[in-house]
Design a protein around this ligand. Structure first.
Ligand SMILES: Nc1ncnc2c1ncn2[C@@H]1O[C@H](COP(=O)(O)OP(=O)(O)OP(=O)(O)O)[C@@H](O)[C@H]1O
Ligand SMILES: [Mg+2]
Length: 230
């Protein structure tokens, strides 16, 4: 990839859901570019289209019109069957409810994301240990999610999202269910990852979180109401 090219480009993206016979315009003609290493918050009232935007960028759903380019590739043009592979290779997800597999340990929860990407067993182990250590979880590798605090679980989820070296990390309310101290720790961690070159977009209702990002995109009625560096 050309270093000057945006890592993510959203072009004239629209999504209309049909609620019976009534169209719901969840996104209308949204366009923006993201550079490598940017830490972006997406804010706006409930129903303004934040999660819809995230699911279009994350190939979880198809737009009605418009395009998303990741690493210069027009991912919205990909065939249905190719979406899981693109998602695995280009995108890391972190959700509000950590989505860890309850029967697996922290180490196994990170490892499994790479197993789907066909990484060798040795490399998976090495990378899982490296990431969990980076998240400050070296003493928690063998713990199952129920044996971890909310903040620790969320750090495992971040390690898992990072495992396949994704071009972008998409997070939907990643601090929605943790206390403020844990929230600040998670945001500081995300910020540090961005400073090392990771690109992260985080949807949040929490203005204290939005304030710590380097750029804030505000959605209103399915459109970008403002887009400011901070
Ligand atoms: N599958 C769907 N079918 C019909 N309408 C939908 C669907 N998903 C979302 N919508 C509608 O699209 C609009 C945008 O929803 P979206 O989930 O993107 O909002 P949001 O900004 O993430 O809100 P919140 O802050 O509450 O999570 C809303 O009006 C919602 O009701
Ligand atoms: Mg939402």
């Amino acid at each position: 990839m050309n270093e000057r090219e945006p890592v993510l480009s959203v072009r004239n993206l629209s999504k209309t859901y049909m609620q019976g016979k009534i169209p719901v315009h969840a996104l209308t003609d949204v366009s923006f570019d993201v550079k490598k290493g940017e830490f972006i918050s997406i804010v706006g009232p409930s129903g303004s289209g934040k999660s819809t935007l995230l699911s279009m960028m994350g190939l979880l759903d198809k737009p009605t019109s418009g395009s998303v380019f990741i690493d210069g590739m027009e991912v919205t043009k990909a065939k249905e069957g190719d979406a899981p592979k693109i998602r695995r290779e280009k995108i890391g997800f972190v959700f509000q409810r950590f989505n860890l597999i309850p029967t697996l340990t922290a180490l196994e929860n990170v490892d499994i994301a790479m197993r789907f990407a066909r990484v060798s067993k040795h490399k998976r182990k090495e990378r899982s240990v490296e990431l969990l250590t980076q998240m400050g979880l070296e003493g928690r590798m063998k713990h199952k999610p129920s044996e971890l605090s909310g903040g620790e679980q969320q750090r495992v989820a971040i390690a898992r999202a990072m495992s396949n070296h994704p071009a972008i990390i998409l997070a939907d309310e990643p601090t929605g269910e943790v206390d403020t101290k844990t929230r600040d720790m998670i945001v500081a961690l995300l910020k540090e990852l961005c400073e090392k070159g990771q690109t992260i977009l985080v949807v949040t209702h929490d203005m204290d979180v939005a304030e710590k990002t380097s750029r804030r995109i505000t959605m209103r009625d399915g459109k970008i109401a403002s887009d400011t560096q901070q």
